[in-house]
Design a binder for this molecule. Structure first.
Ligand code: ATP
Ligand code: MG
Length: 230
């Protein structure tokens, strides 16, 4: 079966695209899936993340395809029979046409969003891009992923209240603001490598990976449920 493609996009820089891409790819690889990370961002952050691994390699290979520009979908196609999942880390859509190309072949678009008014306004642009590409790519599903959540602040509470009306459904799992996400990047790993102190981060990353798998394989989940309910 060809790989399922997860494209991680947002209009805005710094919303957590690379963090989400790497944590998700690592979590899927740890479940035994063959996963490829495509670094479609000329900043090369995903590539640098994996290159920072010291004692053991990052659990999924990272290939840099930013030079393909608007043809990135064609380049990704070359890997489609060799992996179960391909995660594409995009540059901010405001600066680049690459995300549109990466969405053309995606099964799932994940939009990490920091719950704040500024980030919500900026995300309106990517909602439009996803809607437009959806006319060309009928299999495309999209979800917002709350990132850097600090639930006890009033601005976050307000943003979380309006997000369900945003026009893209929300993943049920939120990634919270935690230092271990930053440490993962520095050490070229995922939160799974930071022992018991990282347990809350591991739990949310694994829950998100499970949600993503359910979105990509809805019939498998349904038949599992009906079998276990029988
Ligand atoms: N949940 C989190 N908790 C704490 N820090 C985070 C979290 N998510 C991301 N960060 C930090 O925020 C910064 C921006 O994250 P990241 O590089 O993933 O964003 P990005 O959307 O890929 O940025 P760019 O648009 O520049 O590619 C990084 O320093 C990262 O370590
Ligand atoms: Mg990035």
């Amino acid at each position: 079966m060809p790989a399922k493609i997860i494209t991680v996009v947002n209009q805005k820089g710094g919303s957590g695209k690379t963090t989400l891409s790497m944590q998700l790819a690592g979590a899927l690889a740890r479940r035994g899936h063959k996963v490829l990370v495509v670094d479609a961002d000329p900043q090369g952050t995903a590539t640098r993340w994996a290159a920072s691994a010291d004692e053991k390699p990052f659990p999924a290979p990272v290939v840099g395809l930013s030079a393909a520009g608007v043809k990135v979908h064609r380049e990704v196609q070359k890997f489609i029979d060799d992996y179960h999942y391909i995660v594409i880390d995009c540059p901010p859509a405001a600066d680049s046409p690459v995300p549109q190309s990466a969405l053309l072949i995606a099964d799932l678009a994940l939009v990490p969003i920091i719950p704040s008014p500024l980030d919500l306004w900026a995300a309106v642009g990517i909602r439009q891009v996803i809607e437009n590409i959806g006319d060309l790519n009928e299999k495309l599903t999209a979800r917002l992923v709350i990132n850097q959540c600090q639930p006890n602040t009033s601005l976050v509470k307000e943003a979380l209240e309006v997000l369900p009306e945003f026009g893209i459904d929300l993943c049920g799992t939120y990634l919270h603001h935690r230092q271990v996400y930053r440490h993962s990047a520095v050490f070229g790993q995922t939160v799974h490598d930071f022992g018991s102190k990282a347990a809350p981060a591991v739990a949310e990353v694994d829950a998100l990976a499970a949600e993503v798998l359910a979105l990509l394989h809805p019939t498998a989940v349904k038949s599992e449920t009906s079998t276990s309910g029988a």
